[in-house]
Design a protein around this ligand. Sequence first.
Ligand code: AMP
Length: 395
Amino acid sequence: MKTLADFNFEGKKAIIRVDFNVPLDDQFNVTDANRIEAAKPTIDKILKDGGSVILMSHLGRPKGVEAKYSLKHIVAKTAEVLGVPVKFASDCIGEIAENAVADLQSGEVLLLENLRFYAEEEKGDVAFAEKLAKLGDIYVNDAFGTAHRAHASTTIIAQFFPEHKCFGMLLAKEIESLNKVLNNSEKPVTAVLGGSKVSSKITVIENVLDKIDHMIIGGGMTFTFIKALGGKIGNSICEDDKMALALEILEKAKAKNVQIHLPVDMVAADAFSNEANTQIVDVYNIPEGWQGLDVGPKSLEALKDVIKNSKTILWNGPLGVFELDKFADGTITLGNFIAEATKNGAFSLVGGGDSVAAVKQFGLEPKMSYVSTGGGAMLEMLEGKTLPGIAAIEN
Ligand code: AMP
């Protein structure tokens, strides 16, 4: 794996694909600078070496040039986070960009205008990628959030830097963390898979079954399993057409010696609302008119020991409808168990969907070993897919 450490950037211009697709308010102020902060270590290393930095990113989903999606709105925040002045080029290719790059001195940072002002970016256009490539001496990809897309700036551009391309620190960390969980893991390995649907997690489940010892199932997909096993699930969500698949997963798990942990009780509600009436019920006997929206106390008690004894933990998907306070307890409690196990030496990775939002919302992020920055990209890695952005650097 080629990383920043393999290069000395002195006197070099590094063109870095970052993910600065940050949220803006009505006044175009950055409301969450996490993604800019995440790229700082990579930028710092290059500047420290005596190189200069050309940053390229997308912002939103513009159709052609749209002023509200201009990256000029984030220049001030980027400068504040990096602690150095940041220059801006009002185009990402052509004369404007080339002149700005020609003026760039060692130790300086230049941000290019939104890549997606050109449709060629998402099309993975080779000529457009070549124009971007012309701007830098070394290509660095540090945008994990778009690593699963074969766009011009994330993938195609790499071919113009056969020897001079590498992963940024953020992207390297994502790859390393996933490897630590699925390939070089310390046993026992536990995967917690929650979220709403079996159908959206099936490929992940199939890919991880070979690599884990325990699988904890929670969230809405529980009920497809429970109904398939003959339980009464009331009004809980269920994918009837995936029931056969659920039974197949249970069979496969058994054959591979993976212990499956399904919830035993549920917080059932008479409506999908914080104002609903609730009761704790047996997961196999949810009354008509009621739906399971969070795992119950007995289920959590059972999970506690599994998590406590795990040395490696992967968490993907909430255990209940955590967006509603009334049904957040299961997800929070699980998060606390994982935090405790992590404190005691386990490696924990949270990634690939809404569990990332959950750990952030409940202040658990610093207590996990690693929280992934890319929802879709991490999900595809968990599915065992090779991401085009990663392959382009490795090949
Ligand atoms: P995913 O994006 O697949 O990780 O699914 C996350 C969503 O699953 C969240 O929005 C949760 O509210 C939802 N969810 C979790 N548990 C349940 C449940 N028991 N019933 C309905 N939705 C659920």
